[in-house]
Design a protein around this ligand. Structure first.
Ligand code: FRU
Length: 505
């Protein structure tokens, strides 16, 4: 049966394909002033299958144009996730000095009747000489196999390792689970380097997917560079189902050593999570941009319920692209997310509702119309004056209690997003209701919230704490409500910026 379309949930700021199924971002790349994303796409239906690389471009990371499918599935294979690099020095010989090839490394999943047994996964290469619009399969195919063959060898992420002047690839044997590192001089011939995988982290049935390895200066100091290994974990993530964890450490060109392993390795909460919400998976970096401030994008969804989310005629959307930094927070190096300059400029260009500091006795205060909208940027800072907790309810309808609750608990020092009354939640029993993060004790807390038609992205502690959650609110639930519980709280700062009054699109 055809379902009714749900334009009320089509995000404004986040990429969605016009129709059908999308999962992981693949090969995001900045080339000639244009951001490209490719992505896991089913060109035939709103459910996972027929995996191909869809394609979209943007010049500001806010408005996207969808293009023809870049690499379609075929009779002999599905095309799983991977990455794209700009081969500026023509190491592959596939381009020319003034017209570098874009080179994609991706996973081929072979089918019955192909050169491999059905289900075998291996890494293949394709290249584009027209800036990413059309792709040619390389004649040696695949370029990297595992011996013995594996049904779970996938997700190559490639980057240039400057100190050694070679390419490094991270892949996974997803069900081991283990990250495998390789090197190459030409993107075609790959040599095994090492494995990474702390045994204490793994759980029965846990898959590792979409690994990426990249350097970041600690606290902006290039002489204190560290390496980050970011990995998609499914299931057993911190919010249930699929999520993104990371390890911080060193890389000597061959082996990655994690430095942030918790002493008691058996508790998932003891590890560092890029996101504490339910809907941030398969995060990967853009290549081709400035290395000092890498840009990341993820799939805003969760394998626990992705096939049943109630959006039509599309299923699947991306997170807002964000820049990554590494900062010392509570004596630990933490991966920090921040919206990029295009988004910040958009917010700055709009009129905000900024009432100045106010105190709220135990209870709720519906903010005025100037702070209404279903696409909002919000900054707030709260201080407890006896309140047990305080925060904001977004996408709220004051009459019937609908809303997504963002709360700081002053006693427990937790930040939480509660989506149990956010709208539709009935499409899956595994749509988790509340996501709670332990925070260091503090008397006040600053929070940044990005609200879109069907999502919230909550950032705090300099972007080291992120909670990304899908929501499916009823039309018209566009109020913001400030609240305090068990005593009064002071909103020392509040800015609510409606982003849709002049139309982003
Ligand atoms: C991650 C993932 C990848 C795989 C792709 C298949 O979400 O499972 O491991 O390449 O999606 O669509």
């Amino acid at each position: 049966a055809t379902q009714a379309a749900t334009p009320q949930w089509r995000p404004e700021l986040h990429y969605t394909p016009h129709k059908y199924w999308m999962n992981d971002p693949n090969g995001p790349v900045f080339y000639n002033g244009v951001y490209h994303i490719f992505y896991q796409y089913n060109p035939m239906a709103s459910e996972w299958g027929n995996m191909s690389w869809g394609h979209a471009t943007s010049t500001d990371l806010l408005h996207w144009q969808e293009h023809a499918v870049a690499m379609p599935f075929s009779h002999d294979r599905d095309i799983f996730s991977g990455s794209v690099v700009v081969d500026r020095n023509n190491t592959s010989g596939l381009g020319t000095a003034d017209k570098p090839a874009l080179v994609a490394l991706y996973t081929s999943v072979f089918k019955e009747g192909s050169s491999h047994s059905a289900g075998i996964q291996a890494q293949s290469l394709a290249y584009s000489l027209d800036g990413g619009f059309t792709w040619q399969a390389y004649h040696k195919d695949p370029v990297l196999t595992l011996s013995p063959d594996s049904m779970h060898f996938r997700d190559p992420a490639v980057s240039w390792y400057e100190p050694g002047h070679y390419w490094v690839m991270t892949t996974v044997v997803a069900d081991a689970p283990v990250v495998k590192l390789y090197r190459s001089d030409n993107l075609i011939d790959w040599t095994f380097l090492s494995d990474f995988g702390p045994a204490g982290f793994t759980r029965p049935g846990m898959l590792w997917e979409m690994p990426s390895l990249f350097p970041l200066p600690l606290d902006g100091d290039a002489s204190r560079q560290k390496w980050v290994m970011m990995i998609g974990v499914n299931p057993w993530s911190i919010a249930g189902g699929s999520g993104t964890t990371y390890f911080v450490g060193s890389f000597d060109g061959r082996t990655f050593h994690a430095e942030n392993l918790p002493p008691d390795g058996s508790d998932p909460a003891a590890y560092d999570w890029a996101d504490h919400g339910a809907d941030h998976y398969a995060a990967i970096l853009f290549s081709g941009g400035p290395a000092a401030t890498p840009l990341t994008i993820g799939w805003m969804n969760n394998w626990d319920y992705a096939n049943t989310v109630p959006t039509e005629p599309w299923k699947g959307q991306m997170t807002l692209p964000m820049t990554l930094g590494l900062k010392t927070i509570n004596n630990r190096p933490r991966l920090c997310f921040a919206p990029d300059a295009h988004y910040t400029a958009l917010v700055a260009s709009r009129k905000s509702y900024s009432p100045g500091a106010f105190q709220l006795a135990s209870g709720q205060k519906v903010l005025p119309d100037a702070a209404r909208g279903d696409v909002l940027d919000i900054h707030f800072e709260i201080q407890g004056n006896g309140a047990r907790s305080a925060g904001l309810i977004v996408r709220a309808s004051p009459d019937d209690g609908t809303g997504t609750r963002i709360a700081y608990d002053f006693d427990r020092h937790t930040l939480s997003v509660d989506r149990s009354h956010s709208g539709r939640t009935d499409f899956s029993p595994r749509f988790s209701r509340e996501h709670i993060v332990n925070m260091p004790p503090a008397r006040s807390l600053s929070v940044h919230v990005i609200v879109d038609r069907n999502s919230v992205e909550v950032l705090s502690l300099e972007g080291s704490v992120v909670i990304t959650d899908l929501i499916f609110p009823p039309s018209g639930a566009d109020h913001v409500i400030a609240f305090a519980e068990g005593g009064s709280a002071t909103f020392t700062h509040l800015d609510v910026t409606p982003l849709m009054d002049h139309g982003v699109r």
